[in-house]
Ligand binder design. Sequence first.
Ligand code: ZN
Length: 246
Amino acid sequence: MPQRILVISDIHANVTALQSVINDAGSVDGVWCLGDLVGYGPDPADVIHTIRALPNLVCLVGNHDAGAIGQIELASFNRDARITVEWMQKELSEDDLAYLKSLPEKVTLPEFDVTLAHGSPRNPVWEYLLDTFTAQANFKHFKTKICLVGHTHLPVAYYYPNGSRSVDWKLILPEDDLKIESRSIINPGSVGQPRDHDRRASYAILYPELMRWEIHRVEYDIASVQERIRAAGLPERHAVRLAGGW
Ligand code: ZN
């Protein structure tokens, strides 16, 4: 049986979406989490505890995790983000914060020919890969065949088409079964706050020996998450956007 790796990113304190993803994925040989466990959502502690219990886990730090542990000046956040960070710092225990502090920014797994980063291999915590120019410039910042990133909340792949010197990209839909032929930078989409106008939680299964990549989308109880966002006094916008997937 080829190994199945569950690849998740941008959970954003949405434990309901995370639990749906874990149930839907079924049995896996490992879990790679590309960061942003917290921020926006109502369940930062529950998400940290659930992630930590996953088998053969590799977990990275994201920009919202860096905010929670005070690595970013609060003044540099917009008002909604600042309210969330201040609330989150009260919700998380010393142990939760120590866990976030322990997370690496970028990991190379040579045995799988894979590099992991939250945003990009060049600037792991912060850079957004939203266009082919930025993606192309990033290919020299990792040596493995593929690099997996999150941060934009969009399930896309940047890759070199056969024989081409310029990077192309495509959106990966749930029914696609992507065979990774050439060097690629691939994003599993977001578990807890998808932004491609499909509100379902997004995750990927990688078969590393086969270099096959599947995107899966799964429904979860959005209304219950919205209720907890409102009960916690978090910004209304964080609740509304979950229903529209933006
Ligand atoms: Zn994020």
